[in-house]
Design a protein around this ligand. Sequence first.
Ligand SMILES: [Cu+2]
Length: 164
Amino acid sequence: MRRAGRAAVVTAVAVSLSLGCLTACSGGGSGTGTKAEPRSGDGPRLRAEAGFVPRPVLKDLAAGYLTVRNDGAAADRLTGVSTDLADDVTLHTTQGERMRAVDGLDVPAGGELSLARGGDHLMLEKLDRRPEVGEKVSFVLHFAESEPIEVEVPVQPTTYRPAE
Ligand SMILES: [Cu+2]
C-alpha cells in the first residue's frame, strides 16, 4: 500500500508539471503573437527559417520545405505539422528513390533539420485548394520538447529550386 501511495504522488507531480507547461504555452499565445522566449538556456532553442511550397500539379498532393534551426544545447524532434491548406500533413524521408512516412524528424542540438527536395520533406494530402504562386501557406510545427512554432512560407512555381 505504501509503495502504491508513493507511485501516486510521483504521478501527481508529473501531471502538475505538464499542466504547468500547458498553462505556460497557452499564456504565451495571448501576447503579441510572436514566438515565446525559451524557458531556459539548456533546452532546445528552435526557429523556423524560410521555406516554400512548390505549386502542386494536382489538388491532392503537395510538398513542403523549410529549415528548423536549433541554437540550444539539447536536441528536439519535429513530431507533427498542421496547416489549413491540407487535411493531412505527414513527415516524409527519402531513401533512394522512395519516400517513406516517419513519425518524427530530429533537430540536433546546435544544428538544423533541413527539409529539402530529394530529402526529408512535408507531404500535404487532401488539399483544400490548389494554391497560387505567391500565396502564403502557414504551418504549425509541433515538437517533442519545444512549444509549437508557426511559420508562413510562400508558394513558388512548381519547378522552383532555392539558390544555395
Ligand atoms: Cu513525400
